[in-house]
Design a binder for this molecule. Structure first.
Ligand code: PGA
Length: 262
């Protein structure tokens, strides 16, 4: 039994009327979720406050899908970490593969944003992943470890308990994604844990929360959460409807601290 995380980013989906319906429909599932399940939701910016207000389960975190590394200034169109906190976010997604592919997010900006998030008391949820080509070349593990090392450059050991890393293979995400097998997900996250141990030592390294994301669904969720290096799931499509989110809670409930037999 362990503490498990379950969260979803809505990407650029839903409008305010969908948000109210979702939050109402999910409320009872969240209220009865085991104490050892840390839930979170990452809506688009305009709905963060609405979601934060509507989700009454104590401890359900809300986040934003991106924020700027700079504190303020001439950065038209950007939102700072402090502003994200102001609207109720407690975590910030950084470096999702769609942002890396479509919006010029680089390892360097991921690092700047990770440090800015920590400085602003937001938990960075840093996404790393290998491409299909890297998988074909058998350099997946090197690629994700490299991304992790750059993301955490200059992050202090004492800050690691705030850091969440999600292994999201680029080839596993979205409509055309092929879900990673539990063994592939475990191998990616075990390599990340090993790299963290080398960088920071056993104790601090184990403070980092490690999630798997990419075509998580009701068929693979239970096997994934039983892997030793997986602390939880970061879900897209399968959790965009409240019923889907609730189903995933039910499926992983037996593997959480706080359930009977714990
Ligand atoms: P998916 O998205 O679950 O729809 O594949 C995952 C993600 O992009 O984080």
């Amino acid at each position: 039994m362990k503490k498990l995380w379950l969260g979803s980013s809505w990407k650029m989906n839903k409008t305010s009327s969908d948000v109210a319906g979702f939050c109402d429909a999910i409320a009872s599932s969240l209220a009865t979720a085991p104490a050892g399940l840390q839930t979170f939701l990452i809506p688009p910016f305009p709905y963060v406050e609405q979601v934060t207000r509507a989700l009454t389960r104590p401890g359900t975190l809300t986040g934003v899908q991106n924020a700027c590394w700079a504190e303020s200034g001439a950065f038209t169109g950007e939102v700072s970490m402090t502003m994200a906190r102001d609207i109720g976010a407690s975590l910030v997604e950084i470096g999702h593969s769609e942002r890396r592919a479509l919006f010029n997010e680089t390892d360097e900006t991921v690092n700047l944003k990770t440090r800015a998030a920590l400085a602003a008391n937001l938990r960075p949820l840093v996404c790393v992943g290998d491409t299909l080509q890297e998988k074909h070349w058998q350099v997946s593990l090197e690629s994700i470890v490299r991304q992790v090392k750059i993301a955490l450059h200059c992050v202090e050991p004492g800050q690691l308990s705030q850091v969440i890393l999600a292994y999201e293979p680029v080839w596993a995400i979205g409509e055309s994604g092929i879900p990673a097998t539990a063994a592939e997900a475990e191998s990616g996250l075990a390599s990340i844990r090993q790299a963290l141990i080398q960088m920071y030592g056993e104790q601090a390294a184990h403070g980092v929360t490690l999630l798997y994301g990419g075509s998580v669904n009701p068929d693979n969720a239970q096997e994934l959460v039983q892997q030793p290096s997986i602390d939880g799931l970061f879900v897209g499509r399968s959790a965009w409807e409240a019923e889907g989110y609730a189903q995933l809670i039910d499926l992983i409930r037996p593997y959480c601290n706080g359930e009977q037999n714990d």
